[in-house]
Design a protein around this ligand. Sequence first.
Ligand SMILES: [Zn+2]
Length: 277
Amino acid sequence: MISVHHLDCCTMCVIGGRRLVHERGYLVAHCLLLETERSGLVLVDTGIGTDDVAAPRRRLGTGFVTFFRPLVDAARTAVRQVEALGFDPADVRHVVVTHLDVDHAGGLPDFPHARVHVHIDEHAAAMARATLNERMRYRTGHWAHGPDWALYPSGEGEAWFGFAVAHALAGLPEEILAVPLPGHTRGHSAVAVHAGGRWLLHAGDAYFHRSTVAGPSRRTPPGIRLFERSVAMDRRQVEANHGRLRELIVATSGQVDVFCAHDTTEFDELASPAQPN
Ligand SMILES: [Zn+2]
């Protein structure tokens, strides 16, 4: 049995605001804190961390800070929110990251003893930083503490709702799976969690606005479309992932809660669900 907390670990007032990016005028960094029976606390993605808040331009890069305008507030970091929920951050024994972009891996140094689960191709890309794009998106300070990496490979695992491969993760219950969805980055993955009789699928940055996976009439805000294409390592894979997620939503008739890392509306619906009348 897993209990789920939804955390926004980096609110971003992105340039372009309501008209071009999101109707609420800001984006979130949607992370999950999972309470498990035998594996302690598990964090899915980490947002930005306390070191980033202390020195945002140096830690996150001038480009990220200028374009995304993150709210610099230590209370929003995962470690402070874990404490605010009454937990000891030392009990976060595992972190599963969808990928290692600055706004997903920034909190890693706040959990220096946690095992960090990531796709082997993502880890290799972040260590190599082979292209200009990758030198900007991956910040070495986020793993300078030497995380205990747990790397899962391509091509091994079980099928999951039409996806060919889903990986069980070492030391974690079978209700937590990584589902590779490369494209945004070389080793980007979604994370599936079975809790409360339902599956959640944290799709990371496989898309950025819920309209992208809602159906054929795409009304994805233009700034989001442009951004998504400009940062993608493989645009065709990104589009294929959109299609696969749309198919998943249709095939499961809403039985899987699919959400991405940054859509504010999706976050609010899951973090504060409307009460039935
Ligand atoms: Zn992101």
